[in-house]
Design a protein around this ligand. Structure first.
Ligand code: HEC
Ligand code: HEC
Length: 448
């Protein structure tokens, strides 16, 4: 009897009741909190969503007569994706809510405007949005409401898909004191961050440190709440923190979609050997023996565009660390370089590198193939997917101005690696491989 009790206690100590169940429950609460709750008050009236279409240079479908057609045109215009959860007929990334006066409905953007994407017509929460033209979306919603955006001190997005989330966060923090009370005059932050590609949330299941520079502990829940700095008080942040613990549990429960096309198993097996010899020391191993080292590689070794790494100024880091945000997991003051990310679902997250400067895995692994200037495809439909080079098909462009016939939308699809922070240099670890080995390696990467 007694041994049974002791054994029972031992089992309990090793496997506390419902531990796995509690993690699952937290992830489910997080999913609901993220996809069904508006965290911010609407920034625009309901009419702004309807009127934005009148600002396009081609006629928009009538929202009242053809609501689904209007939504589809809106999605194409701004690079959004249908919501894979109930969202009141709005695209993923927009959300309806109640205005500050408590009465009218209005619209707001949420995390999924950047962190919601699609592949071959299927939407995914947590896949980076590679189509987004955030600048145009914010500008048109504001104009539709009869207002103008205040002049910006930084480039939000020079082309679709890359976005300057870092500067948004820096500007929001610069108008707060260390106790998070609002300031009239912004603090100098010594920060000039570039546009970036949006990382997938499923990386959070493996990462010990987060963000491209790996200077924040991945257990930091507060760092994910920075976008709420536009309106929340310290007390409100504290009340919301448990919800964001659940949201982090949700991120960690996410898994990448499987490669949907054929894979040559024998070639992939040969590619695995190439991977283990050339890549695993930084990116870890996959499959049964999976191990991810969460390594930050110094700038000199990695050689990719340094603007993101240098751009985060020490005054901003110190200020962040002096607030509630950095109190539990302060950002490292020392900058070293970029974190070698997990490669799970890498087929799904083209374009590559932290700034999205390389359109395919083939070009990433053979730097002479990287286009200096290219046009991104108009959607994430699989007709634009390149199964040979793995990534998005692109049209290489010569330097110089676009032809006169080019539309604004053509211009917004152009990625130009000569712009600030968008350089496509570095990560030359695939250059010395024999072509056959590189092809096998790419086949293996499809299996991750
Ligand atoms: C304007 C676009 C944008 C919005 C809105 C946005 N993010 Fe992000 N997010 C990014 C970008 C870009 C990065 C990469 C930043 C970096 O590393 O410098 C990122 C990084 C992250 C990461 C770290 C991922 C990793 O692998 O290291 C988390 C977690 C995250 N965001 C959560 C959120 C949450 C939660 C929200 C909503 C409250 C949100 N984000 C809103 C663009 C955005
Ligand atoms: C010395 C460490 C190191 C080695 C070796 C290395 N990588 Fe990387 N890799 C990195 C770092 C760091 C980054 C992120 C760089 C950036 O975004 O600026 C990266 C980025 C990538 C990316 C883009 C990830 C994304 O989400 O955009 C891919 C794909 C990749 N590496 C594949 C490989 C393959 C395949 C090999 C082997 C041929 C390899 N790497 C070898 C450090 C390394």
């Amino acid at each position: 009897m007694r041994t049974a009790v002791v054994a029972g206690m031992l089992v309990l100590a090793m496997f506390p009741p419902g531990r796995a169940g509690e993690v699952e429950a937290a992830a489910e609460r997080g999913r609901v909190a993220l996809t069904q709750t508006g965290h911010l008050k609407p920034g625009w009236s309901d009419a702004a969503y309807r009127k934005a279409g009148t600002l396009w240079n081609r006629s928009a479908p009538d929202l009242d007569k053809q609501p689904a057609d209007y939504a589809a045109a809106f999605i194409r215009r701004y690079g959004l994706h249908p919501a894979p959860y109930p969202n009141d007929g709005l695209p993923m990334g927009l959300r309806r809510g109640v205005l500050a006066d408590g009465t009218k409905e209005g619209v707001q953007i949420d995390c999924m405007v950047c962190h919601g994407g699609s592949l071959g017509g299927k939407s995914y929460v947590g896949l980076g949005n590679t189509q987004l033209d955030l600048n145009a979306l914010l500008r048109d919603l504001t104009r539709a409401d009869g207002r103008r955006l205040p002049p910006s001190t930084f480039v939000m997005n020079s082309s679709r898909g890359t976005v300057n989330a870092g500067m948004v966060a820096a500007v929001l923090l610069s108008v707060r004191n260390s106790d998070l009370s609002f300031r009239l005059f912004p603090l100098p932050m010594g920060t000039n961050l570039p546009e970036m590609d949006v990382p997938p949330w499923w990386h959070m299941a493996k990462k010990a440190t987060m963000y491209y520079d790996g200077r924040t502990d991945a257990r930091s829940v507060r760092s994910s709440m920075q976008f709420l700095l536009g309106e929340k008080t310290l007390e409100e942040f504290q009340q919301l923190e448990p919800q964001f613990h659940d949201i982090l549990a949700y991120f960690k429960s996410l898994r990448p979609p499987k490669y949907p096309f054929l894979i040559d198993a024998a070639k992939a097996e040969a590619g695995k050997t190439v991977f283990v010899e050339n890549c695993a020391r930084c990116h870890g191993t996959y499959g049964a023996d999976a191990e991810y080292p969460s390594k930050v590689i110094d700038l000199k070794t990695i050689g990719t565009d340094p603007a993101r790494a240098y751009g985060l100024g020490l005054p901003l880091v110190k200020h962040y660390n002096s607030t509630w945000f950095g109190a539990d997991y302060p950002v490292k003051e020392q900058m070293t370089g970029y974190q070698a990310p997990p490669l799970d679902g890498i087929w799904a997250t083209a374009p590559y590198l932290h700034n999205g400067s390389v359109p395919t895995l083939d070009a990433l692994l053979k730097s002479s193939e990287r286009p200096a200037r290219f046009k991104r495809p108009p959607s994430t439909g699989f007709e634009h997917y390149d199964t040979r080079n793995v990534g998005w098909k692109f049209e290489a462009l010569a330097p110089g101005p676009l032809p006169k016939s080019a539309s604004t939308e053509d211009a917004q699809a152009v990625f130009d690696a000569s712009r600030f922070g968008l350089g496509n240099q570095g990560h030359t670890f695939g250059d010395a491989l024999e072509d056959g080995d590189r092809i096998a390696l790419i086949e293996y990467l499809k299996t991750l």
